[in-house]
Design a protein around this ligand. Structure first.
Ligand code: SF4
Length: 375
């Protein structure tokens, strides 16, 4: 007997077609079951179609993740929360709810806080960025489309989180897993399901050339892309981010200049400021030279968060302000990312836990620290 298919990895149309074949049921019931699965995180054919429920159950399943724990940290914008979620085969992935701006309500009500949910795309990651906790795990496995979508369904149903925006910046390089990412994007934006609009979704990449091409081929003009740059000369970037050896900066720059599909597209450029590595005046000049040919770019400055095996220390406030000043002198639009979640290891580059890394390695040894010289 075939394994039941995870509803969360399908679009409503795919689900209706599969249901017609497997259950022989009209699209009305399929539409209702799809809506309930994607919006409410439940699959209860016994209520909607009691007579055919065993056939629905034989053909489909709802691939929920199990909430292992939630850790929270208060900050100037509100609570940052990291949810550790277990997959069916016992791996743990992490997604993080990040507080964003307060949105005024009509009338006299309190302003409403919006949240972004940072999603994982893989268990571990093979890109081996030197500053990243997840990168030290290596790639354990790709997530399925259903598991990517299930992160949203699970935190909504189990924790009551209602993310406004989604960003693929959790565990894994999303564009290294386009086979699951792209079906997941279709499911997340399905009008009969979760209905995220394209502009509410950002895919962040280390510079995966084939993945960027696959994303561009979608033709979604309002989808956001951001790049983790972190080094704007090849020697430095290759040490920090080995992907740079496959796609050096000149090639990456060409690909990114070619990406925009709408007039007001603004590329997100993430720069994790690491004292002693990429925090000089020269770095600021090189960043400006890299982004200059692009139509518009917004530089997100992320202060380095020391993890379990710190590459360096966190930058001081003075160092951050000085670097931002240099970037502005270069004429760049800069936004400082407020460090959220550092104490709960939920900040950028900190996802990926030690237990999981130990699981990955024969004999349960903890993962080694990636040495800069390895780069
Ligand atoms: S920064 Fe992103 S791409 Fe690099 S190792 Fe970490 S998860 Fe992978």
């Amino acid at each position: 007997m075939a394994t039941p298919v995870d509803i969360l990895g399908l679009t409503s149309e795919q689900f209706a077609q599969a249901a017609a074949l497997a259950v022989g049921q009209g699209s009305g019931v399929a539409g209702r079951l799809y809506r309930e699965a994607h919006r409410e995180g439940r699959f209860e054919p016994e209520r909607s179609a009691p007579a055919s429920a065993p056939r629905w159950r034989a053909a489909f399943t709802l691939g929920h993740l199990r909430v292992v724990k939630v850790v929270e940290e208060d900050g100037p914008l509100g609570l940052t929360a990291k949810a550790v979620l277990a997959t069916h085969d016992g791996y743990e992935i992490e997604c993080v709810r990040i507080p964003m701006r307060l949105v005024p309500t009509d009338g006299e009500g309190e302003p409403v806080q919006e949240h972004t949910l940072c999603l994982s795309s893989q268990v571990g990651c093979r890109m081996a960025c030197a500053f990243c906790e997840t990168g030290k795990m290596g790639l354990i496995r790709h997530l399925t489309a259903g598991e990517i979508v299930a992160q949203v369904a699970t935190v909504r149903a189990a924790l009551g989180w209602e993310p406004k925006n989604l960003v693929f910046m959790g565990m894994g390089e999303a564009l290294d897993n386009t086979a699951a990412l792209i079906p997941a994007l279709h499911a997340l934006t399905d009008k009969r399901g979760m209905m995220f609009s394209h502009e509410r979704i950002t895919v962040c990449t280390s510079g995966h050339a084939e993945g960027i091409a696959a994303l561009k081929a979608l033709g979604w003009k309002r989808l956001n892309l951001s790049i983790s740059l972190n080094g704007a000369r090849d020697e430095l970037r290759s040490r920090l981010m080995p992907v740079n050896k496959a796609t050096p900066l000149a090639e990456l720059q060409r690909i990114l200049c070619d990406f925009p599909q709408r007039r007001n597209f603004s590329l997100g450029v993430n720069w994790c400021l690491m004292p002693g590595f990429n925090d000089t005046r020269q770095d600021a000049t090189e960043i400006a030279a890299f982004v200059r040919p692009m139509q518009r770019a917004l530089l997100n400055l992320i202060p380095y968060n020391p993890g379990s095996y710190p590459l360096t220390r966190a930058p001081t406030e003075d160092e951050i302000d000085r670097f931002i000043g240099w970037l502005r002198d270069e004429g760049l639009a800069v936004r400082r990312r407020i460090t959220k979640g550092r104490s709960i290891m939920a900040a950028c580059g900190q996802l990926g836990n030690l237990e999981l890394r130990a699981k990955r390695l024969p004999g349960g040894r903890p993962g080694r620290q990636v040495d800069m010289a390895d780069g």
